[in-house]
Design a protein around this ligand. Sequence first.
Ligand code: DC
Length: 227
Amino acid sequence: MKKITIAVDGFSSTGKSTIAKQLAKKLHYVYVDSGAMYRAVTLYSLKNNIISESYFYIEKLIEDLDKIHLNFKFNANLGFAEIYLNGKNVELEIRSLQVSNYVSKIAEISEVRKKLVEQQQEMGIKNGVVMDGRDIGTVVFPKAELKLFMTASSSNRARRRFDELIKKGDKVTYDDILQNIEMRDLIDTSRDDSPLVKAVDAIEIDNSDLSIDEQFELVYKLALEKI
Ligand code: DC
């Protein structure tokens, strides 16, 4: 069977990774979470005093880019690849609200984007990849055979993310999450370099009122049509 490239873009917490993982599993493709890469660079920046509430040393971040090594390793128990930052598994650490609060600022920096996009394109060279993010269908794989653009209302998205974090034991409030989601929407859509926009040939899926199973049925059909 022909292998295609599938790009899944959209707003924060629209369930991009859920659908991308399901598709990758069903089609035996590789799933890549490009947001995890921006999050890992953010974690590095927080740990190395590059960014905080009161400063952002962009020059130092650019200088340090050669010291930031990212790679994914498949975890058979989880069924997807986890991200490693300079050899350390940071899959859990990068999901904190603190990282979420700074990641859009890090993702605005063109030098960061250039480095990560190159790495993402290398991962997709052999096709058979499902990648989720913000610029996958527009910048990383403009020729992807299937492009999905996920949306849902911000209150729906905040509720889902809140439930997820509470389940993990994080002490967060719904309002904090909603504020973070709305702030990221604004920065992600208004940045100069590769802003979040729907590719002209992307199929928009509003999953506010779709169950996970309904969404999968819909998207799997679309994928089979392209294959
Ligand atoms: O998918 P996510 O919420 O984990 O992504 C975290 C942030 O990374 C998001 O707010 C914007 C940025 N990002 C990006 O700019 N480009 C991508 N391809 C993926 C994520």
